[in-house]
Write a protein of this length. Structure first.
Length: 330
């Protein structure tokens, strides 16, 4: 019997987790030919999310959980879940039910009957996105598709069903600054995409505002393209040429017409413009340097505070798990 691991990153999802658990159990009962494990990754929630997960663990042995010592972000939660899972196939699901668990059955049928390693969802329509946000999303995917060396599928969701081989390949990429959609594309493997319309959240509020999405987009571009550095170099060379031409022009004009003192407003505008360009290029370089800085420090991607196993161990078993977790964090 195949085993499917369902990884569910959670951050302050006390309202959504019970609804999600109810829906995923409908799928589990329907797919009786497959065994399941539900891995909830509590990303430092400050509400009752972890307590609710523990209650489900008491009545359902298929429920497992990892609780972080603080909020490390969704990317860290995904990586922790991938390391912790034991299934032959692995899927990622958000607790807000914007990605319906019902797709798992269709995904499983495709991945076991067709020559693919991953079945993912993508969308062109999102009911919670306004016109402005949809416009920015389209622009982002067009931009990153041109800048990146790996394929970035427009509208791709994190929700996908992957083979164990693909998961193992993803776990080989232990970088601290993670962008899962880029990593999924980077490792390759054959992927089949299913299109659908993303519904509204069943409960709670989205943790992603415009600023966080912008930062996430910048991280993605920096992580998977060096084109911005090339652009900074080209802009620098271009303005050096313009400056050289301007110097030659001023010298010739002075020799022919003299040197009347005029044009200081335009000079101030030019100075401000060039200063902005310099700061822009310096900022690009600084962004790459900062990412390099965080990588070379070698800090763990996440730190575990508690799992479902820790409360039922003797001292030797506890030490074994701690050593294993240290290995995960490396």
């Amino acid at each position: 019997m195949d085993k499917i691991s369902v990884i569910v990153p959670c951050f302050n999802e006390e309202e959504a987790v019970p609804l999600f658990y109810k829906e995923i159990n409908k799928v589990i009962k329907k797919m009786s030919n497959v065994s399941f494990e539900l891995i909830f990754v509590d990303d430092g929630s400050r509400d009752r999310t972890l307590n609710i997960i523990k209650e489900y663990r008491e009545i359902d042995s298929n429920v497992r959980y990892i609780s972080f010592s603080r909020n490390f972000g969704k990317e860290a939660a995904i990586y922790a879940g991938l390391e912790y899972c034991t299934g032959d196939y692995v899927t990622l699901l958000d607790a807000d039910l914007q990605d319906s668990p019902e797709f798992i059955e269709k995904m499983y049928k495709i991945i076991t009957t067709e020559d693919v390693d991953c079945v993912g969802l993508k969308t062109d329509t999102h009911k919670e996105y306004g016109i402005f946000r949809r416009f920015l999303t389209r622009c982002y995917y067009k931009l990153i598709s041109k800048l990146s060396k790996v394929e970035m599928v427009p509208g791709a969701r994190d929700f996908r069903l992957m083979t164990r081989q693909m998961v193992n390949a993803i776990l080989e990429l232990k970088e601290y600054n993670r962008y899962s959609k880029g990593i999924f594309s980077f490792v390759g493997f054959k992927t089949k995409w299913l299109s659908y319309e993303v519904p509204k959240r069943v409960a709670g509020k989205s943790k992603w505002n415009i600023f966080k999405l912008f930062t996430y987009a910048v991280d993605a571009i920096i992580g998977y393209s060096t084109v911005p550095l090339t652009i900074a170099v080209i802009v620098g060379v271009l303005f050096c040429l313009i400056s050289l031409i301007s110097i030659i022009f001023i010298i010739i004009r002075t020799l022919i017409f003299g040197d009347p003192v005029a044009g200081w407003p335009s000079l101030v505008c030019i100075m401000f413009f060039l200063s902005g360009i310099q700061l822009f290029c310096t900022g690009i370089s600084g962004a790459y340097i900062s990412k390099t800085y965080t990588e070379v420090k070698g800090r763990p991607i996440y730190i575990i505070r508690e799992t479902e196993k820790k409360s039922k161990m003797n001292e030797n078993e506890r030490k074994t798990l701690i050593n294993k977790e240290k290995g995960w964090q490396k």
